[in-house]
Design a protein around this ligand. Sequence first.
Ligand code: AMP
Ligand code: GLY
Length: 420
Amino acid sequence: MRILLVGGGGREHALAWKLRQSAHCSALYAAPGNAGIAQLAECVPIAPKAVSELVDFAKQNAIDLVVVGPESPLIAGIADALQEANIPCFGPSRAAAQLEGSKAFAKQVLAEVNAPTASFAVFDDPDAAQTYLRERFLERPCVVKADGEALGKGVFVCETLSDALDAVEFLMVERGLGEAGTRIVIEDRLDGREMSLLCLTDGQTAQPMPPVRDYKRALDGDRGPNTGGMGCYTPLPDATPELIETALNQIVRPVLGEMARRGTPYRGVLYAGLMIHDNQPSTLEFNCRFGDPETQVLMPLLESDPVGLALSTIEGRLHETPMRFASRAAVCVVLASGGYPHEYRTGLPIEGLEQASQWPDVLIFHAGTRIENGRTVTAGGRVLNVVGLGDTLAHARETAYRAVQQIHFEGMHYRGDVAL
Ligand code: AMP
Ligand code: GLY
């Protein structure tokens, strides 16, 4: 099969690496890819948002399967456009991708099926939102969220009422994130430990992947600003089979049932961001795609054929295609540019990649890299994902950090406490 992979980050490098291993993959293209993906696929300079260009490329190049990494093309309807062209696409339709595209939509679906999630209210008017906050904050802290697509920047977990009022001002009055803040969701703040539960689903059957813990803050000890993700690990000692079954029964399956009932079945990866408190899951959010960096620890453990799984998902045959993972541990450490998530320099040469990738049980997935005059240089905020595998979390962690020591670029920073 001729496969087109959409995206160019660490998640897509991990997907490309796995797709390449499939006996069904005869040709792999990536749009736009990165320096790491270029070793596995032919990279084409089309941005993930350029949906009609991607569809034209797929038609002109006899693509048999499109695998979509990021959310924006899915929310923009790439799966629908490809379906019209009779090209199978792994990823939900535009209507189903609303579970990520609109936080108000996701909360309404969760409420419809009584799935556990924080109490919430939706506002189109800043004055009404601020009046609600003044009352609600007397009882408990709140979280203010832009309804629309905000590239991970639209959530404000507020300590004080004044922070929350400022967040409303920023989103709705100043339009700091543009259209994304036309509508907002305000919800109660939840305490506990977060868990990413990614499920593969054809709209009926849902198969959970091993739960992953993601490190969102820039600095050790969960300090510093939020980022796209500084590392992650699996398995989670606190994610018992009972907890996962509860999350599937109370959240994932009812939501999939409701999406099907509405005539917009959800097919692809449904990523449930959960908060675990007293061994009970509550839903923080949904993503309509694989996680980044979660995918970088999941793909190395996946034992099943990824192309077979993708086709079963699209064709509604997932019940006959079990998804198997190795019962090993994986730890991913993200190497970021100095200054990230704020301003940073690019074009800095990266040393030690070859040596580090020769260690056994080490995989290096590129995020923001490019080739310049024959050298691999930095090209983004998150630059590399160093993954260590092992029979225990401690081994996987040791392996990942040993490889990290081999790699260097000016200003490089990473968290030292992943999986600690
Ligand atoms: P989201 O973009 O909705 O995933 O939110 C980003 C992050 O904000 C989550 O991963 C949590 O760390 C945090 N967050 C979102 N909603 C809540 C909530 N209700 N209570 C506490 N933290 C939250
Ligand atoms: N790791 C968080 C995300 O993919 O949204």
